[in-house]
Write a protein that binds this ligand. Structure first.
Ligand code: GRF
Length: 214
């Protein structure tokens, strides 16, 4: 059965589009049930709508009066995702730190993509960090989301060389190209039930070992 996916975005949504394209091409056995955002004007929402995917905007300001606004927001987001029958959540340029409230609702089922080879350069502006550090290689990482920012178990990574002439823009563009290949691949592994966790290590099962259907 196709993986029921929810995608959370805050911006342009190019990774979202890459996931939708891969699904359309039959490379990923998933259905995007909903695209949700904390930003009303996230360009990615429009791109989802154009493809007939349901979209939702959840305004963080409406939770400001709650004793714990961030947790309350995440509970509401989790309930919304469950309402759409989402099984697995892909963060794609989602600019909020996810709290345990949401993680508990989707245990080991929330993915993120980050534009560096984690654990190097977590957090914001990862491409700038890599360039300023003088790293010769950076890349992108798809990982499971845990409480610590960009700290969860690594699913897949792609390396991208840094060249002398690189600017933040040129490096970001080359990394983004790889993100668009990597994220759908990682989601397909989840769709095929080929990911298992041993300690903090993600093991990728062969097709034969896959626990599909169990
Ligand atoms: C990507 O670089 C991703 O790695 C990071 O945020 C950016 C999102 O880009 N988490 P887009 O919205 O998918 O185009």
């Amino acid at each position: 059965m196709a993986l029921a996916l929810g995608v959370l975005i805050s911006g342009r949504g190019s990774n979202l589009v890459a996931i939708l394209d891969a699904i359309e091409l039959g490379k990923v056995d998933a259905i995007v049930k909903v695209v949700a955002s904390n930003k009303a004007n996230a360009a990615g929402l429009q791109r989802a709508k154009e493809r007939g995917i349901p979209t939702e905007y959840l305004d963080p300001k409406s939770f400001a009066q709650e004793p714990n606004p961030r947790e309350a927001y995440d509970v509401a987001m989790g309930v919304l995702l469950q309402k759409y029958g989402v099984e697995c959540v892909a963060l794609a340029g989602y600019m909020r730190i996810v709290t345990p409230a949401l993680i508990r609702m989707f245990p080991w089922k929330i993915f993120n993509i980050h534009p560096s080879l984690l654990p190097a350069f977590p957090g914001l502006d990862a491409q700038r960090q890599a360039l300023e550090w003088g790293a010769k290689v950076s890349g992108c990482t798809v990982h499971l989301v845990t409480e610590g920012v960009d700290e969860g178990p690594i699913i897949m990574q792609t390396a991208v060389p840094i060249i002398e002439e690189d600017t933040v823009e040129s490096l970001s563009a080359r990394i983004l190209e790889q993100e668009h290949r990597l994220y759908p691949q990682a989601i397909q592994l989840m769709a095929q039930r080929r990911l298992t966790l041993e300690g903090r290590r993600v093991r990728i099962l062969s097709q034969k070992e896959s626990i599909q259907g169990k």
